[in-house]
Design a binder for this molecule. Structure first.
Ligand code: SF4
Ligand code: SF4
Length: 169
């Protein structure tokens, strides 16, 4: 029968010799390969004790930024959500009330802002689309979680602490 590829090989069906039956030669060949690799540079790292350096273009967890006076930059314009190819961003806009000028930079702000990290592909389009420098991708990655809800990051997780404020654990 004609072979389908040039890599086809005839199977050797002759009976095994005594040496072949005890697999000694194969064990020796395997051990030689093992010992050759013992002295080679190891590609694995002992995470989390050791951490690999990130690429300079690494994009990790998002943060919502504040201005120099500690006010939220985000004006809930929705451009990040529109740009997001994974539809990972959800937000609700609210009007700034008199007396809240120290909290929000403009008349509108995001009362609710959520990113579903299970959907996010860390492409950075949200950061590029934002006209207010409000959202950035950092060099940290989303920690593991046993529950899906743990991957829905809301404003308390995303917003950087205001000056003099400590981030909630
Ligand atoms: S990084 Fe990409 S996928 Fe993730 S929220 Fe931003 S736009 Fe969406
Ligand atoms: S993060 Fe930027 S793009 Fe997204 S809603 Fe806020 S201001 Fe608009």
């Amino acid at each position: 029968m004609q072979a389908l590829t040039s890599r086809a090989r005839q199977v050797d069906r002759k009976p095994m010799t005594f040496i072949e039956k005890i697999y000694l030669w194969n064990i020796i060949k395997g051990m030689v390969i093992t010992f050759k690799h013992i002295w080679k540079r190891k590609e694995t790292v002992r995470y989390p004790e050791q951490k690999r350096a990130f690429s300079p273009v690494f994009r990790g967890l998002h943060i919502l930024n504040r201005d120099a006076e500690g006010r939220e930059n985000c004006t809930a314009c929705g451009l990040c959500a529109v740009a997001c190819p994974a539809e990972a961003i959800t937000m609700e806009a609210a009007e700034r009330k008199p007396g809240e000028e120290h909290l929000y930079r403009e008349e509108k702000y995001a009362a609710r802002y959520e990113i579903n990290m299970l959907r996010c592909i860390f492409c950075g389009f949200c950061e590029e689309a934002c006209p207010k420098d409000a959202i950035y991708l950092t060099e940290t990655f989303a920690p593991a979680n046993y529950k899906r809800e743990g991957f829905i990051y809301g404003k308390p997780d995303l917003l950087i602490p205001a000056p003099g404020e400590k981030k909630q654990a």
